[in-house]
Every structure is written in structure tokens, then in C-alpha cells.
Design a protein around this ligand. Structure first.
Ligand SMILES: [Zn+2]
Length: 310
């Protein structure tokens, strides 16, 4: 079965301004790598705009309205120190959510085996009523809730290997025993959460790594703290918060992962997806700020998704 790739030209219009690491060129780098002949087998679709009513299942209407109203007619608006909107950001935010919803529809109905959403803005730092860390809406939490409501998924898991802790997703999942959140991340580092002791209702699994840790430490953390609980949780679908800023060349962090570590993690998650979840995986792009590191890591990740569906 195929792997679905969702993206949209609207992601090139969300402009964070000069010198911002979460920049338009990231999307171009992803698009370029996935337009290679090796990826001809991908099923490609434009990311649709999400229905605001679906976003309201995670974010209060007042917050959503405030984000919509904050979009400037020209120039830039800072939502906080790191999070910026430009003309076009609202549409990009709706399509970033919409990519996940469409991926859930196609994966849950068996039209495709798994999906990769090449999107921006990212989502995992967004809390229910607070934009943060380049994120406006929590794309993956909204998609996870949607899998439960629209497709009767009973248990939904998110594995987050972005170098930053997915504080927003953890916050939204905190007291929901049918939602599972597991994260590897550098600590200490923005946003400051993600200690081992943060466990929710037994559904949160944090595996912090130290500055300088390489692929070996990453794999050990995945194997000892995340993959076992994930398999035991027996999810109906697995989401991946696929940030590639744990890459050795990333300018925002100091872990030392390389492309093959992301391929390894993807394959391990896919093995559990095959055992427990009919192979269903929806992967959504989060961070990754070295353009070559991002491109190479997306190449490795999507290849592993395609192999898992073959
Ligand atoms: Zn990150």
C-alpha cells in the first residue's frame, strides 16, 4: 500500500521574516528532496484547509478567533518572542491542520498505508490557548482527537522525536488515558518541560537526552523508555511528530543524530504499527533548521515509511 504525501503551496506564504530559523526555504528543501525519482511512488495530494469546528475540539474558539484576527495585512506580527504571522499565515495554519485530518481519513480507511505531512507552521508547542515556539495550532493533537471522533480509533499514540519537548501535545493529552504521548528531546532546552517524572495519567513517556548525545544514546532511549510502552498501549494509529532538529548539524540544538537514526526510529515505530495498528502511521513535520540536514532526514524518514508500506 502507498504512502501519502500532503503539502501545499500556501506553506510558502507563511513568512516569519528575515533571519528566522523556521523559514520558507525549509519547505522548498522538503519539496525538492521528495520530487526525486525515488519518491515517484508517493501518492501526492494538496493539503486541504481544516474546518474550524474540528480545531475547536482542541483549541477554544476565542483563541482561534484571536489567531485569525492577528494575521497582518502586510509585514509581520509577533504573537510571542519566537512566533510570527504574516499575510498568508492563517491559510497555512488551516492547511497544516487540514493535512493531518486528510491523512487520518486516508490512513484509517485503508486508502493508503501511512502518510507524511510536509507542513508549516509546526504544531507541538501550541497549547490549548497559547501559541508558542513557532506553532499556532497543535496540528498533531487535533489530528489525534479527530482519529478518535471521526474514525472511532479507541487509542491513539504520538511519538515525538523533535529535539524540543512537545509541551503542547503533552499538555493536551495530560489527563486522557486513551491518548499516549512519548518524546525524546534534548534537556535542558526550550521549552523546559519533558522530565521523566512528567507522566500524566500513566500515558506520558519522556526520554530526555543530554547535549552531545548521539544516535546510540537516542536508540537506547527509544528502546528502553518508548517502544515498549508504545507496543503495550496497542494504539489503533500512531502519529509521529517528525522534527529533524536533533540532527548533528542543526543550529538550534546540540544532539548528534544523523539521517540513519531517523530511518531507524521510523522503522521501529512502523514495526509496532504493523503489530498493533494495521500499519497505520501519520507523520507530521515539526522542526529541523539545517536545510541539508532536514532534506536528508526527510529523505530517510519517508523512504522508511514507503518501505513499511511495501
Ligand atoms: Zn524542535
Amino acid at each position: 500500500m502507498a504512502t501519502l504525501y500532503l503539502t501545499h503551496a500556501a506553506f510558502l506564504k507563511h513568512d516569519t521574516g528575515p533571519g528566522h530559523p523556521e523559514r520558507i526555504e525549509r519547505m522548498r528543501a522538503v519539496e525538492k528532496v521528495l520530487s526525486q525519482e525515488d519518491f515517484d511512488g508517493l501518492t501526492r495530494e494538496d493539503a486541504p484547509e481544516a474546518d474550524v469546528a474540528v480545531i475547536e475540539r482542541v483549541h477554544p474558539k476565542k483563541y482561534i478567533d484571536a489567531i485569525r484576527a492577528a494575521e497582518p495585512k502586510e509585514g509581520y506580527v509577533h504573537i510571542d518572542a519566537d512566533t510570527v504571522m504574516s499575510p498568508g499565515s492563517w491559510e497555512a495554519a488551516l492547511r497544516a491542520v487540514g493535512a493531518g485530518l486528510r491523512a487520518v481519513d486516508q490512513v484509517m480507511t485503508g486508502e493508503v498505508q501511512n502518510a507524511f505531512c510536509g507542513i508549516r507552521p509546526c504544531g507541538h508547542h501550541a497549547e490549548t490557548a497559547r501559541a508558542m515556539g513557532f506553532c499556532l495550532f497543535n496540528n498533531i493533537a487535533i489530528a489525534a482527537q479527530y482519529a478518535k471522533v471521526a474514525h472511532d480509533a479507541e487509542r491513539v499514540a504520538v511519538v515525538d522525536f523533535d529535539v524540543h519537548h512537545g509541551n503542547g501535545t503533552q499538555d493536551i493529552f495530560w489527563s486522557e488515558k486513551d491518548l499516549f504521548f512519548a518524546s525524546t528531546h534534548q534537556m535542558p532546552l526550550f521549552p523546559g518541560t519533558g522530565a521523566v517524572g512528567e507522566t500524566g495519567v500513566g500515558n506520558i513517556f519522556n526520554a530526555p537526552l543530554r547535549s552531545g548525545d548521539d544516535g546510540e544514546r537516542f536508540r537506547e532511549a527509544m528502546e528502553t523508555r518508548i517502544l515498549g510502552p508504545l507496543q503495550e498501549f496497542a494504539p489503533d494509529i500512531i502519529f509521529i511528530s517528525a522534527g529533524f532538529d536533533a540532527h548533528v548539524n542543526d543550529p538550534l540544538a546540540s544532539l548528534a543524530l544523523v539521517e540513519k537514526d531517523f530511518a531507524w526510529a521510523t522503522q521501529k515505530i512502523a514495526d509496532i504499527a504493523h503489530l498493533r495498528a494495521n500499519g497505520r502511521i501519520v507523520s507530521m513535520l515539526e522542526g529541523g533548521y539545517d536545510l541539508d540536514g532536514l532534506a536528508g532526514s526527510v529523505d530517510a524518514h519517508v523512504r522508511a515509511l514507503m518501505d513499511a508500506g511495501a
